[in-house]
Design a protein around this ligand. Sequence first.
Ligand SMILES: [Mg+2]
Length: 124
Amino acid sequence: MNSNQMNSTCEEQVTYEQLKTIRDIQDELWETNVSKGWNKLKRTPLEMHALITTEIAEATEAVRLGMPAITIINGKPEGEAVELTDAIIRILNYFTEMGWDVAFLIEMKNNYNKTRERLHGKRL
Ligand SMILES: [Mg+2]
């Protein structure tokens, strides 16, 4: 299946009304986090940064091992894309815990980035 066929199939299965906002996703992730008791562990910012970095390292290791980006091993999703998703989940849960609005911050940072020079003024 090529990307055009996949997009066509996806568009048939998902309507825009069904798409979740990043805030919806953040809320659902937090509900899972709470239901599994992870919210009871009060971690420092440095511990959280280390845990996020660990997921990035797992993604790097998956690439180094030549694993597919998304695969299922013994019923568990594995691979680069899955580990990067773990990093996103950890970041979004951390944002919820800190009361940071990720949608606002992404808009704010992207608006700032739009004002920056091409390659942020660096030369290749
Ligand atoms: Mg992981």
